[in-house]
Design a protein around this ligand. Sequence first.
Ligand code: LMR
Length: 391
Amino acid sequence: MLDRLDQQSPDALLALIKMYEADPRDDKIDLGVGVYRTADGATPVFRAIKAAEKRLVDDQPTKAYLGPEGDMGFVHALVPHVFGDAGMRDGRIDGMQTPGGTGAVRLAVALAGKAGAQRIWMGTPSWPNHAQILADCGMEMGTFNHADADGSADMDALREVLGKAGENDAVLLHGACHNPTGVDYTNEEWDEIAALVKDRGVLPIIDLAYQGLGDGMDEDAYGLRTVLDAVPEALVAYSCDKNFGLYRDRVGALYVMGANTDDTARIMSNAASLARANWSMPPDHGGASVRIILQDEGLTGEWLAEVEEMRQRIGAVRAKLAEAGTAGAIDLTPLGAQKGMFAMLPVSKEQVQELREKHGVYMAGSGRINVAGLTMGNIDAFTNALAAVTG
Ligand code: LMR
């Protein structure tokens, strides 16, 4: 039976990790998968996480099963950071832990599908796994252009799509630090999106995977909070991969907001049964470490300072790239105003290959770079390589 399966290509983004590791050149530059790097090019475990892990090892009384919802202390401790002063909106919001942000997106799409959503709209380009998850869940995907050539969000495209969308439609929106373009909606645009989504009765699914790396923790949640203030129901997929540096520990959460507390409880019961059928329960270690941080004022302060350090460094790299102006045929100035870890460069697949093979610069085939992979020490080498390939 199994010989009927067609060969699948490896995930192109994840394949880059192995290609980069196998490259013996000392001056290679990794701008592939979205992993934050310090000014020294390292991805250390957060200081706050190390401290929390020590406490976890010393104090954890058992590793007995939790349940499909995982560590609810973790889920609730995140709430003020994600949802702000309005918190759980009088009990209309509840959540559960998921294996990474991917697990949360998967659960959100499955939940929307189970509730009868017929189509999910998504701005493109998007994180490639979004389309893959939709396809795997058997969900029809509608697309619209996310960003204009001038580097702003293409609001006309979104307006057009939402104008014809209806009650069986959902729209998947990046909360902040758009992956892959770095082009976020302005606060005024989020105000308009919230009103449009409400008017059309479209279910918003908001993917917030980079909170804190754009303009700040509260600033990056503006869109999410504004949409949630406007609509009766919403789904939020959250990731701690980047802002707690927990990539391989797979720490995420799905939050659901229903029209009232009874609805929320019913939606949660469906999320729990879908989770049980998918992964039974999420891995504990990373979520428990985040909980320990968020339940301790000192560690929370240390964590927020580490997020701020990341944000500042990404900003400095972006500013330096923008300052460079152009590299060959590539205008780098828009990168200064974009947010988060990613930017799209208008390079061809052949140029991406040449950058990798001749210059040791690794980036996604789409032309996406992980800005956080650049340091003050390798930016010039990168812009020179870009100029050599596109000039
Ligand atoms: C990325 O886009 O590079 C990250 O979100 C990692 C991943 O899982 O693709």
